[in-house]
Write a protein that binds this ligand. Sequence first.
Ligand SMILES: [Zn+2]
Ligand SMILES: [Zn+2]
Length: 352
Amino acid sequence: MPATMEALVVLEPNRLEIQEVPVPTPGPDQVLARVRAVSICGTDAHLVRGDYPHFWPPEFPFIPGHEWAGEIVALGPGADRYGWAVGDRIAGTSHDACGVCQKCVEGRYNLCENYGRPGLHRQYGHNIQGADATYVIHGIKSVFHLPDGLTFDEGALVDPASIALHVANRGGVAPGDTVAIIGAGAIGLLSGDAALARGAGRVVLIERVQARLAKARALGFEAIDAEAGDPVATIRAMTGGLGADVVLECAGVPQAVQWALAMLRRGGRCAAVGIPTVGVEIPMQKLVLDELELVGCRASAGEMRRVMPLVEQGRIRVRELITHRYPLADYAQAMATFNDPASGAIKIIVQP
Ligand SMILES: [Zn+2]
Ligand SMILES: [Zn+2]
């Protein structure tokens, strides 16, 4: 094992550097992995810009990256008791929760009540070193066997696929439901497949960026251009005036949240995963009188293993979303491409 490795270091907001840093040593119930592919997430773009001061990351300099795949090269003490071995191919996820608090024991470890407490909870690439490096350490709760049929690039998208499945699960999508999805970025498109996997009868994506609309249609979804007219009226017209049984809000802007509630059928449910940076006015009268439900969705909670066969079978399509690939050394260029709406980028893979 070499003593040092290449890593992408964010020195301060918007200042990136590839540095030679020490290879970390895995602790109890941790593994050290050779990272083969990392996918750029919208959260990475926010984090690099410094949009979450003193939270993600708690401090600079920082190594981001949390959607990744690779192979185990060393085991920390005890990791073998759970069946892990050097050479295992794995996909990682970010939450490594305490496992002891009430939310953890109820399976909702994404809401760990010891969030961020040193030694109890880690969120890789958010509050502790991430995978934008040759090697990364992960606790065994946050790595999952990657089937032989999936490449490392595809494996890097298992984490966002698990989030999409979590969104569809939180939305309570039932067989035959009409599901409207606002935002046809990676999570919106993956959520479309996740809704179908839960039995949705019809999935309609709403998007204003033309390249994303084209991608949604190329994947076989019905898609509405949000700029071409009132998407609420369009969804109502498409459903005989009733509205959508479920809306998955994957855009994270105030107008999208208001559209979501306005296009719901009576008794309908909106699951929101987009995170608006400002407050949003909610029509409480409609929510109360129509018994609407509005739920939040944070990362995933148990969906990594459940989504793996769906990804392997191509029922949740990940390969189709990869639009660009860069070596880690070109991360700044990769991020610029990700942030450029004209690039057509959906998912960008970075290879350390
Ligand atoms: Zn992510
Ligand atoms: Zn916990």
